[in-house]
Ligand binder design. Structure first.
Ligand code: TRP
Ligand code: ZN
Length: 868
């Protein structure tokens, strides 16, 4: 490392010295030498005749001010300083880029045969020198020039205003976006595509053309994306009153993409994974993922684009809010309980793990070296939980009042998290002073509850204590405002009305102190409490439930989430005791009553299949690891497997009956059909461990008429290490080897293969014709699933898993730092493992740290981990 990269602090925010009101861009596209002419109208805002522009890896060809060549400038680290400027001027900059050499996939790059851009967070500075910060909003006019045969489609933000032909076989298209926007929302795409077109009429009557661009030959995989887009537009009008504001909405699917998708104004660019689907190539999970991501990017049009962020520390302002919106969208269209369960799994698993790691940060970070490192589970998912808490506290009506005021006040501007809280407060006449701490404080609070029943007084008291352990980034913690949703049940299963001080009270208690008691009156029998219903705050709950209370709640809790959660708590109890048993050299097992409780779930005739499938899913190895200070990787794996095998043996008949009764002849993708497949395939995942496993899995694979069932069979064969595994894998690879996206599912199975020789197989698989380390989806599928989903072998005590991770990371550091930086996460958690593993991981981190070209992305994470 030549010079250690510098951190930026939230407290140092300064408004810009200048702004840019309009920018005209001309792109002359060429694979290795693209010319970009940027003509900006610049206005001085503060007393300063020097303009400091951001720039990264650019070749400056010319610089003119008011049409005169300008020499009074200096190229500096990270940009360009121009001196002795008037207070208003036209700035013309020409830069040269090499899109073909851009493997970082940030700025202008080539994905397959097409040109595309990715500018969030700070990618526009790789295109031209600019005020690349979200509080500078300009109107963009963009002209794209390229070869007409190779690049018939030339796209950018806004509306197409002009086009023409040039005599050298090239053509051009000019776009104008009337909505002022920050540079991170700029986009350009040039290529040859198939286009799926549709129409949408907004509630006030605007006709919008909808276009989805996919690689040639993929038109039959674009329908679900279009349906999801139309559903999103409608839902945002109905639930939030937000309408679309341009005449055209375009989505382009690309194969090389660092993240899920990007909300560029009027021209979303998507990872093809979140667009392309038909029943032969995509699973139900893929379909639901497409719906969620299409919704997410569309919803950004109001929460992100119309109202954007003042600075990147405010990222959760748009991301937490937009995740909340996409979660609500999925819940309104599908099963609310199943959606909630899956979102809560993410918080309790990987988000809690992030809180406990050296990268812990509040949803509004205070200190950043590389912004790309802060597109995190904390900012997105915990950020969404914080928004959900407003909703829980204020109700749908109050929340919507706050939203309307927020948009009314800040439309067309760059806002802050504080602006959002203020809008919620003002619209509802409430004081959210203490609630604001959720933006400042990192880490996971623990809410410890005790209860007392006083038969004589007929009172029931909940004693609630909250505390947050110090985190790597922050020592001192304060008491938060925690909405704590509770319900009480009688032994007969009836709801006991909550009454305090002679008045009926709502289910959501306001926990605001370190320790606090809530006394409920008129409680005529010892109640069973249902606590933290709907996971009303992102906290760890501690309450000493008996098995009987948990099995009671699994059946009688009114709300499905609470039933599921009771089942999870019951499993958690026995996973913990079994881990201890295994560590003491005993065998793991579940008592008969626990097995029976799950038998009851399997046999239920009232519960929805999709929900039963969730009830039957054990917590992941990662989630269980989060419960411990020091993780015993092998003991946890052994216990989870033993429980799975015991349940499959004891509930074999029930699973068999379900499996056969839920066979669907026709494939449809409605929620009911998805739920049935989910339950049937869950049953298969258990049956795989029984005698009939191999035959059942083989025949499901052979008969499957859709990818969901195909992959379920392969995953079962993989997990249970069935004899048919190799045959199925070979057959699939033969069939799909020319389609990287479809092969990703196969790569993920290779990465998570529990077999002892997995690392050897992975190394061979890297030579598979469909694999490339340059493609983020491929790398995440194969390498990412080994690092994240194969704990036993990744953490092998000989260090082979860590060494492999180290090798890949050193290579990816120069190919694609963003992907490298996401992949390194499991290594940052070294503190959770025993001394021997810790020193092996440390050695790999040290080797990374010593690289002389270490990217900022890895530098930030690796140095934090080594300091911890
Ligand atoms: N704003 C995008 C979203 O959440 C995500 C995003 C941020 C992104 N940085 C990116 C996408 C870099 C691709 C590449 O919807
Ligand atoms: Zn987003």
């Amino acid at each position: 490392m030549a010079q250690a990269p510098q951190a930026k602090y939230r407290k140092d925010y300064q408004s810009p010295s200048h702004t840019i009101t309009d920018i005209e861009l001309i792109f002359e596209l060429h694979d290795t030498a693209t010319l970009v002419t940027a003509v900006s109208q610049v206005q001085q805002l503060k007393e300063s005749t020097t303009l400091a522009l951001d720039g990264d890896g650019l070749t400056l060809k010319s610089l003119r001010i008011d049409q005169q060549q300008w020499t009074d400038y200096e190229l500096v680290e990270g940009g360009l300083k121009i001196h002795n400027l008037p207070n208003m001027f036209t700035l013309e900059i020409v830069t040269e880029l090499n899109p073909e050499a851009n493997t970082a996939l940030e700025g202008l790059y080539k994905s397959g045969g097409a040109y595309c851009t990715q500018c969030e967070a700070e990618g526009f500075r790789r295109i031209t020198y600019y005020l690349d910060r979200p509080d500078v909003l300009a109107k963009y006019t963009t002209t794209v020039i390229a070869d007409k045969v190779q690049y018939p489609f030339l796209l950018s933000n806004g509306n197409r205003v002009e086009q023409g032909e040039l005599d050298n076989g090239r053509h051009w298209v000019k776009w104008f976006d009337p909505h002022p926007k920050p540079a991170y929302l700029f986009a350009l795409v040039a290529g040859d595509f198939d286009v799926l077109t549709d129409q949408y009429t907004t509630k006030s009557g605007r006709n919008v053309t909808l276009e989805i661009f996919v690689d040639k030959g993929n038109l039959d995989r674009a329908n679900h994306a279009m349906v999801s887009l139309i559903n999103s537009m409608k839902w945002d009008e109905e639930r939030f009153g937000f309408e679309y504001d341009l005449d055209i909405y375009m989505i382009v699917a690309v194969d090389f993409f660092n993240m899920g998708a990007m909300e560029n104004k009027g021209l979303n660019v998507f990872n093809s994974k979140f667009v392309l689907a038909n029943e032969k190539t995509a699973t139900d999970t893929d379909y639901l993922g497409i719906e969620a991501v299409i919704g997410h990017e569309y919803f950004h049009n109001w929460t992100g684009n119309r109202v954007t962020c003042r600075d990147w520390f405010q990222l959760s302002l748009k991301e937490g809010l937009t995740v909340f919106r996409d979660q609500e969208f999925s819940s309104d269209l599908g099963s609310r309980a199943v959606n909630r369960i899956n979102n809560v799994r993410i918080i309790r698993g990987p988000q809690f793990a992030e809180d406990a790691s050296p990268m812990s940060h509040p949803i509004r970070p205070d200190k950043v070296i590389e912004m790309n490192n802060f597109y995190t589970l904390t900012v997105y998912e915990k950020g969404s939980e914080v928004i959900r808490m407003y909703h829980t506290l204020l109700g749908e009506e109050g929340f919507q009042k706050g939203m309307q005021l927020y948009v009314e006040r800040h439309d067309g501007t760059a806002a802050t998290c504080e602006d959002f809280v203020k809008a919620m407060e003002d619209a509802n006449g409430v004081d959210l002073q203490q609630f604001r701490l959720w933006y400042n404080q990192s880490g996971t609070p623990t809410v410890k509850v005790a209860s007392e029943y006083n038969e004589q007084a007929q009172t029931y008291t909940l004693i609630v204590e909250q505390s947050t352990e110090s985190t790597h980034d922050q020592k001192e913690k304060q008491a938060l405002h925690i909405p704590f949703d509770v319900e009480l049940y009688s032994a007969a299963g009836d709801v006991i009305e909550l009454q305090c001080n002679g008045e009926k009270v709502a289910n959501v208690l306001n926990v605001t102190q370190a320790k606090q008691s809530f006394v409920f009156e008129g409680v005529t029998e010892q109640p069973i409490p249902s606590l933290l219903r709907e996971f009303s705050a992102p906290v760890k709950l501690e309450y000493d439930y008996s098995d009987k209370e948990l099995t009671f709640l699994m059946v009688y809790a009114q709300n499905e989430f609470a039933r599921w959660d009771a089942g999870q708590m019951l499993l958690a109890k026995y996973i913990r005791t079994n881990v201890e048993a295994v560590q003491a050299g005993k065998v793991a097992s579940l008592p008969a009553e626990v097995v029976d409780a799950f038998r009851g779930v399997v046999l239920s005739e009232v519960l929805e299949p999709a929900f039963i499938a969730e009830m039957l899913s054990l917590p992941s190895h990662n989630e269980v690891s989060g419960w411990y200070k020091t993780v015993d990787v092998d003991a946890i794996a052994q216990v989870l497997k033993a429980i799975k095998i015991q349940l499959s043996a004891e509930l074999q008949d029930e699973f068999g009956a379900i499996y056969h009764s839920l066979n669907q002849a026709e494939y449809t993708i409605d929620h009911d059909a998805i739920g049935k497949r989910a339950l049937r395939n869950t049953a298969l995942s258990f049956l795989a461990y029984t005698e009939q496993g191999n035959e059942l899995v083989k025949s499901q694979y052979a008969q499957a008429n859709n990818m969901t069932d195909t992959i379920a069979a392969m995953a079962a064969a993989n997990q249970a290490q069935l004899a048919c595994r190799e045959t199925l894998m070979a057959d699939y690879s033969d069939k799909w080897k020319h389609d990287g996206l479809v092969m990703d599912k196969w790569f993920a199975l290779q990465g998570s293969n529990p077999a002892g020789n997995v690392l050897e197989v992975i190394k061979q698989t890297m030579h598979h014709e469909a694999f490339s380390l340059k493609n983020p989806n491929r790398t995440r599928s194969l390498v990412g699933s080994f690092l994240n989903m194969n704990p036993v072998h990744f953490h092998a005590i000989d260090g082979s898993g860590y060494q492999f991770a180290g090798e890949i990371l050193r290579e990816l550091n120069s190919v694609n730092p963003q992907v490298a930086s996401r992949l390194v996460d499991p290594l940052l958690k070294l503190g959770k493992y025993d001394q021997q593993r810790q020193s092996l991981i440390r050695a790999e981190l040290e080797q990374l740290k010593a690289m002389d070209n270490l990217a900022k992305d890895l530098f930030e994470k690796v140095s934090k981990a080594l300091e911890s």
